[in-house]
Design a protein around this ligand. Structure first.
Ligand code: PLP
Length: 407
């Protein structure tokens, strides 16, 4: 008899954003004259940079001619994009990554979700709280955790990110094998200093662990000295895998393009203690289960590295950071403590009350939607995430309503 993967039954029944949508839809249905502004979602709002659009068109035209037609591309991505990544995203920032250590994909979500399957079922996990839910849920699905008791899964070492540690957790006293880190952070917007990341690299080296470094928001770092990549830390190439995406850099959330860096010298052991190349394993996995990103999409990603592309993507991230600054100033003026927004498109507001209660207050009094922190983990309670992904007009209107509702 066929049986289901029963680990799925441990997952929380509903998804945070589905719960939010339900409440918002009910409010809108009951209050048709009160338009709602959504500052809750993590999706971009502005169109793609013109250089990317031009590259998409040109590459699509290539597919119309026998001489330039492309069928299946290399599963790990075209060399032109992998070389651009190595040069612009790493060498230019003093970090060493070879083009053949770069795996192009259709999104960091998939890569982050899939990477765990090359590690043993009894891998000990360390995962931040609050967290981008994909890190936890994919390990639950794979059977690496026990039941969810009181909002936490047995078998995970949770890394509390709270006001007390500036929302940047230090390595725990106990050993872990696989560590998920995300900076600039979603949902908190916190960034880690070089010293804080160095402590994690030292911990990973000591425990022969691997850090999965999610740098989906690196393009928002503006503070001098804050690392954009884990590979800016000495020794990280031996212990870290990095995930990056064009989603928040260049508005590719719908187009889909990202990459994962797996250094060739990264090793993990089998049960007998023999070392194996993690790069070789990921290459096998990626090229077996994935057939590459569309050629025009990879060309569009390449265009983001051109001088004009760099200007246009910078203008895009500057625009969202401009929204973030407005939000931060307004929230601070209302007497609420908040972090993020300087080097990230998210702000993490310490509301001083239950996060769903604050969500309801903003929805009903200001018709503004935020994301309740409790949905990102136990430590998210008492906080809400406000996203800077919106038009300037919507942000300004939302902030005026917030000021009126909360003053
Ligand atoms: N990592 C974090 C922290 C994110 O917030 C997101 C998207 O919201 C992703 C990864 C996934 O990005 P992608 O669009 O490349 O799948």
């Amino acid at each position: 008899m066929l049986r289901l993967n029963e680990h799925y039954s441990k997952l929380k029944a509903s998804y945070l954003f589905a719960d939010i949508a339900k409440r918002v839809n009910a409010y809108v249905a009951a209050n048709p004259g009160k338009p709602v502004i959504r500052l809750g979602i993590g999706d971009v709002t502005e169109p793609l940079p013109p250089v990317c659009i031009a590259a998409l068109h040109a590459a699509t035209d290539e597919l119309a001619h026998r001489a330039t037609f492309k069928g299946y591309g290399p599963g790990e991505g075209y060399a032109f994009l992998r070389e651009a990544v190595a040069q612009h995203d790493y060498a230019a920032h003093g970090a060493k990554v070879d083009p053949d250590e770069v795996f192009i994909s259709d999104g960091s979500k998939c890569d982050i979700a899939n990477i765990q399957e090359i590690f043993a079922p009894d891998t000990k996990l360390a995962i931040p709280d609050p967290v981008y839910p994909v890190y936890v849920d994919t390990n639950v699905m794979a059977g690496r955790t026990g039941a969810n008791v009181d909002g936490r899964y047995a078998g995970i070492t949770y890394l509390d990110s709270t006001a007390a540690n500036g929302y940047v957790p230090a390595p725990p006293p106990t050993p872990a094998d696989l560590i998920y880190l995300c900076f600039p952070n979603n949902p908190t917007g916190a960034v880690a200093t070089r010293a804080q990341l160095a402590a994690w690299v030292a911990y990973a080296r000591q425990h022969r662990a691997i850090i999965l470094f999610d740098a989906a928001y690196e393009a928002y770092v503006r503070t001098p000295g804050i690392p954009r990549s884990i590979y800016e830390i000495e020794g990280a190439r031996d212990v870290a895998i990095e995930f990056r995406s064009y989603s928040k850099l260049a508005g590719f959330t719908g187009l889909r393009c990202a990459y994962t860096v797996v250094p060739k010298n990264l090793k993990a052991r089998d049960a007998a203690g023999k070392e194996h190349s993690v790069h070789a394993l990921w290459y096998r996995r990626h090229t077996t289960k994935f057939n590459g990103v569309a050629y025009p999409v990879q060309k569009a990603a390449l265009a983001a590295y051109s001088p004009e592309g760099q200007k246009q993507t910078r203008a895009l991230t500057d625009f969202y950071l401009g929204n973030a600054k407005l939000i931060r100033d307004a929230v601070t003026k209302l007497g609420l403590a908040c972090i993020g927004g300087d080097d990230a498109p998210y702000l993490w507001v310490n509301t001083g009350r239950a996060s769903w209660e604050f969500f309801d207050l903003l929805l009903t009094k200001a018709q503004v939607v935020c994301t309740p922190g409790a949905g990102f983990g136990k430590c998210g309670e008492g906080h809400v995430r406000i996203s800077a992904f919106n038009s300037r007009e919507n942000v300004e209107t939302a902030l005026a309503r917030l000021a009126a509702a909360l003053k």
